[in-house]
Design a binder for this molecule. Structure first.
Ligand SMILES: [Mg+2]
Length: 272
């Protein structure tokens, strides 16, 4: 399902003179690009695969079912709890663990037991990721098994050095700053050398503060509350340095831009 990339050239990509990464706090977001990026960190759900395939909707429904069955409450109330915990704690699972002392593993096994037939193989995405210079990591609030299954279906699993999942982070989830600390320690990530790709805007605030380059992969299918807030933006928040609605084309553009720069061609100008 290839489409035209409306957001390419990626906004704000440009050569930046004198940016050595030592003073992230004084940079404006428009200055932060990919020249120093040595580790590429990708969220999984609705980032590596398009939100339009609606895979996460299956997970969403199964979360409601699990809560309803485990707590013995009507599905409508289970749904209310699910969304309340997401808003209050960052993830539904965090709320279930804190409020109801749920064992996380049965929850993760249940909600990720989904049919992946809606996820298409993505050879162009695989080629684009493979062409990026540096380390590559999947960082998800879901489970490793889910990430492995989805990445394998996309045909990109072999391109990543590892997956940082919610279990590896001891169930501390994005967007909590402690979650990013755990991920960075575990995978030896220097934030000034990292770029973070995410579909959830609030999950990019801490990466920005840490000095990472941030990319919002805008969902083409905005029915999640966190996605719907994007519609209401008067201006893009400062913690989002780049946006794209087509991850593959965005990455292809980065690689092409890097090749041009190495070959001595004129640098791509910022598009805004
Ligand atoms: Mg996501």
């Amino acid at each position: 399902m290839k489409k035209e990339a409306k957001a390419f050239p990626p906004r704000n990509i440009g050569a930046v003179n004198g940016m050595d990464g030592s003073n992230a706090a004084q940079e404006t977001p428009a200055q932060r690009d990919f020249e120093r990026t040595g580790i590429w960190i990708f969220d999984l759900d609705n980032t590596l695969y398009p939100a339009a395939c609606n895979l996460f909707a299956e997970v969403d429904v199964r979360m409601t079912e699990f809560i309803g069955k485990q707590l013995g409450v009507p599905m409508a109330y289970a749904r209310h709890l699910q969304k309340s915990y997401f808003r209050q704690f960052g993830t539904t699972l965090s709320g279930l663990m804190r409020i109801h002392k749920f064992d996380p593993q049965p929850f993760l096994d249940y909600v990720h037991n989904i049919d992946l037939s809606v996820v298409d193989e993505a050879p162009d995405l695989a080629a684009a990721i493979e062409a990026l210079q540096g380390r590559k990591l999947i960082y998800t609030n879901g489970s490793r098994r889910h990430a492995e299954r989805v990445a394998e279906k996309l045909g990109v699993l072999h391109l990543f050095e590892d997956i940082c999942d919610i279990t590896a982070c001891e169930f501390v989830a994005k967007p909590e700053p402690d979650a990013f600390d755990r991920m960075m320690r575990r995978h030896d990530v220097a934030p000034l050398e990292a770029a973070m790709f995410e579909d959830m805007p609030h999950n990019l605030e801490t990466p920005h503060t840490l000095g990472m380059t941030t990319v919002l992969v805008e969902p083409d299918h905005k029915d999640h509350p966190a996605h719907m807030q994007i519609r209401r933006w008067q201006a893009r928040p400062k913690y989002i340095h780049h946006t794209t609605d087509d991850l593959t084309r965005f990455l292809e553009g980065l690689v092409a831009h890097g090749s041009e720069t190495e070959a001595g061609s004129s640098a791509v100008k910022p598009s805004e």
